[in-house]
Design a protein around this ligand. Sequence first.
Ligand SMILES: Cc1cc2nc3c(=O)[nH]c(=O)nc-3n(C[C@H](O)[C@H](O)[C@H](O)COP(=O)(O)O)c2cc1C
Length: 242
Amino acid sequence: MKKYEGVLLVLMALALGLAIWHGVRVPSGEPEVLDFTMLEKVPDDSGIAGKTMDNPMKNIKSTEKAMAKMENQQLNNVVQTILNRKSVRKYSDREVSEKDLILLARTAMAAPTARDSRPWYIFATNKKAEIEKLSEAYAQIGNAKALLIICGNRDKFLEGPGELYWMQDCAAATENALLAAESLGIGAVWLGICPNKQRMDGITKVLKLSDNLVPFSVISLGYPEGENQPKDKWDENAFKIL
Ligand SMILES: Cc1cc2nc3c(=O)[nH]c(=O)nc-3n(C[C@H](O)[C@H](O)[C@H](O)COP(=O)(O)O)c2cc1C
């Protein structure tokens, strides 16, 4: 065998080896394998999540995260918005318009409510002076560029065993507005008011609320500044198909 024929044979063997290896790794017709390590680095701004480091199921979970990421690309806009929502606490100076505040309040009021009671009253502002006054009730409010303040309206609370449903109704309204804000590119975070008595009393005082209104939540709003990433909260251990 001539020398160049030997070299050619070695090259062909190498190429064959590579082709077989690639074929095992990426079966024909299947999508390219994702880089799982990248998906482990989901930033966490709360310090609550992100405890998968020592988990023996880590690789399996990573695979699922990768699958979820891939599937996201085929999901419709509403589902994508839900999965992309994250709390945003730092905002640029760009103003949130009154028009958008009205739109957000409208989405809040589109929430489902027990017996269609709609037991709420919503205040909105993008005025610095109002925001500053409200921050006396809860300092974090002072970071906002605009606010929605969602209150329960006692006049519309149900009587009897359903009397506490108003909280779930106001929570649904709050989440609706958070999702709408996400879809509009407006950063938002839910600031808990009810049942924190001090914050409830503070808001009641600043807004001079009548007895029938119960402050439930404040949504802090503003156009996002810096990086904000949603957390992947899918937990197979908290789910079972019956
Ligand atoms: C009832 C409730 C009260 C909350 N109160 C606050 C709050 O006072 N301050 C704050 O920064 N975030 C608050 N949050 C936001 C949570 O911290 C946040 O949703 C959680 O850390 C998950 O992060 P994510 O929203 O980015 O998915 C609250 C959320 C809920 C549902």
